[in-house]
Design a protein around this ligand. Structure first.
Ligand code: ADP
Length: 547
């Protein structure tokens, strides 16, 4: 624009290699501890990770990897996976994280769509790799994240340790525009084919700064962070960037996420902060209940990915003096969207009165904007009552999917429709009431499946609860509650419905209860597509009774 005066500050592209450079230079001895896939707990430092990531960059360059090429990882959270991220991104290549829990067909689709050239894989993913490799012609080389002694010998590929051993630890990173692509992650494809979200260095760097706000993750160099959220999905909520950015100790669970394994790391590494989906913490709490163990070091847990039930928030607070921060986000948002750190008004309330706010998904940090609209795009009031489509904008929100899949994804004001249905209240707290495809449409009104699930999951005998809307001759759809009981427990339908009585509107009351296992999808969320398919054509009790 004519007449604008350029500022005179340094040209310092916001590229993520600078984050690990900083960690290695200013916190070189700070530890990164992993439960290795081979078994033992292994310890390294930001200094050593930096050096080895540079060796990996040189191995990739020697193979012929160039800026923009996709290099895939199929791996759990370990220090080697962190080296892989920075080693790939540092040279301007794109780190494509693959979720080992996806079905083989989805992995094949995603790898071919991304045209990945190299696959860095955990040895525990050997059978997955064996099953898909023949269908992935773009993959030129498999690198097993292990040493010669542990790599699978009956499959092609080289051991990571051998591959990087003779490489130099000198490699120029960065020095490209900050809008260069850094990472690629596909959404799980609960609707249609998976779509690729292509993060840039700038979006990841700014997301890191945003996440470090006290009202978001609020990490400090004194924190020991157990990063359970996987690096293969939605950037591990940015923790693999914010750890080295502040010099926090990172602790990683490898592929062991059961209660006992998590507790061991919490204790031995004196973990102060952890982050995971609700099911992981549910397993931890069950384990604590069984063993009577305490959590003397843990101060704060970040819980998101699906709605956090009240029982988890209460038990962490009341029994273990651990603060739960509920957060919401999605792959398309890098992923952080909102966090439930109490604002001044809420913090001033007695704890019991804070609960309704703590159950909500929180408020936006600087860098995210949010709006609520009806189906026609008309703005809805922030009254905490009206449900609408939740739309977002920000420096770390996708503007298009990889290769243009899905076409135009922003509205006229540049907002992305999250596919979530939510309310916003006067204090700016957002609450997800459903995913738009899961909302139950009963007699022209909407019922929130999530709200019923949260309450049902609080029943002391219930392990997992899911609610889906199924066809109903009179009401269009009605809710069916599916409950998976805790081991050894049983209950009647009446007992569970009675538990909901008075806690939800009468017309939200599920028409029936099914005792069944609740399937979880590849990202730990309840797999409603699966449930709907299983219960298709379900016959409601009144229809059966009328026969
Ligand atoms: P997918 O790949 O399944 O789309 P994401 O991991 O990107 O998965 O999931 C994002 C979605 O997860 C959000 O749109 C929202 O529906 C759900 N979600 C995330 N956090 C929460 C939360 N705290 N409460 C309720 N739902 C959540």
């Amino acid at each position: 624009m004519a007449g604008l005066m350029p500022g005179l500050m340094q040209d310092w592209p916001l590229t993520v290699d600078k984050i690990l450079d900083h960690g290695a230079r200013w916190h070189p001895h700070r530890e990164v501890v992993s439960r290795s896939i081979e078994g033992p707990i292994v310890r390294t430092t930001y200094g050593a990770i930096h050096e080895r990531a540079k060796k990996l960059s040189n191995a990739l360059l020697a193979h012929g990897i160039r800026p923009g090429d996709r290099v895939a990882t199929l791996a759990f959270n370990t220090a080697r996976h962190i080296e892989a991220w920075y080693g790939v991104m540092g040279i301007g290549a794109v780190c494509h994280t693959l979720n080992p829990r996806l079905f083989a067909e989805q992995l094949v689709y995603i790898i071919n769509h991304a045209a990945d050239r190299i696959l860095l894989a955990d040895i525990c993913a050997a059978s997955i790799v064996e099953g898909i490799l023949g269908q992935c012609p773009t993959i030129e080389k498999v690198v097993w994240l292990s040493d010669d002694g542990h790599k699978p010998n009956d499959l092609p590929g080289v051991a990571y340790e051998r591959w990087i051993a003779d490489q130099s630890a000198e490699c120029a990173w960065g020095d490209f525009p900050e809008n260069t692509a850094a990472g690629l992650c596909y959404t799980s494809g609960t609707t249609g084919n998976p779509k690729g979200v292509l993060y840039s260095h700038r979006s990841n760097y700014l997301h890191t700064l945003m996440s470090l706000q006290a009202d978001v993750q609020g990490l400090s160099s004194a924190d020991n962070v157990l990063m359970v959220v996987p690096m293969f999905h939605a950037n591990a909520w940015g923790l693999a960037f914010s750890g080295p950015a502040v010099g926090a100790k990172l602790v990683m669970p490898g592929n062991q996420m059961d209660g006992a394994s998590i507790l061991e790391l919490l204790e031995t590494e004196q973990v102060s902060v952890s982050a995971a989906v609700p099911t992981v913490f549910q397993m931890l709490l069950q384990h604590l209940e069984k063993t009577g163990a305490r959590l003397p070091y843990l101060k704060k847990v970040l819980i998101g990915g699906s709605a956090c039930p009240e029982a988890i928030i209460r038990r962490f607070n009341d029994e273990y003096d651990v603060e739960v921060l509920h957060l919401w986000g999605m792959t398309e948002m890098s992923p952080v969207g909102s966090v439930g750190v109490p604002c001044a008004t809420v913090a001033a309330l007695p704890y019991d009165d804070q609960i309704p706010y703590r159950l909500k998904q929180g408020r936006v940090p600087l860098g995210v904007d949010m709006k609520l609209t009806d189906d026609e795009g008309k703005l809805l009031a922030h009254d905490g009552e009206k449900f609408g489509r939740l739309k977002v904008a920000g420096h770390s929100v996708a503007k298009a999917y990889f290769r243009g899949d899905g076409g135009e994804i922003l509205d006229a004001d540049g907002f992305f429709d999250t596919g979530d249905v939510a309310t916003l209240d006067e204090l700016g707290y957002m609450q997800i009431t459903d995913r738009s495809k899961d909302v139950i449409k009963s007699g022209g009104e909407w019922i929130s499946s999530i709200e019923i699930e949260n309450i049902a999951a609080g029943h002391p005998k219930v392990a997992l609860a899911a609610v889906v809307g199924l066809q109903h001759p009179k009401w269009d759809e009605r809710p069916l509650l599916i409950v998976q009981m805790k081991p050894g427990e049983s209950a009647t339908k009446e007992e569970l419905l009675h538990f909901l009585d008075g806690k939800i509107a009468k017309w939200w009351m599920p028409n029936d209860v099914a005792f069944d296992s609740v399937p979880l999808g590849a990202t730990g969320k309840i797999d409603k597509k699966h449930i709907r398919a299983k219960y298709e054509g379900y016959r409601w009790p009144e229809a059966v009774a009328a026969e």
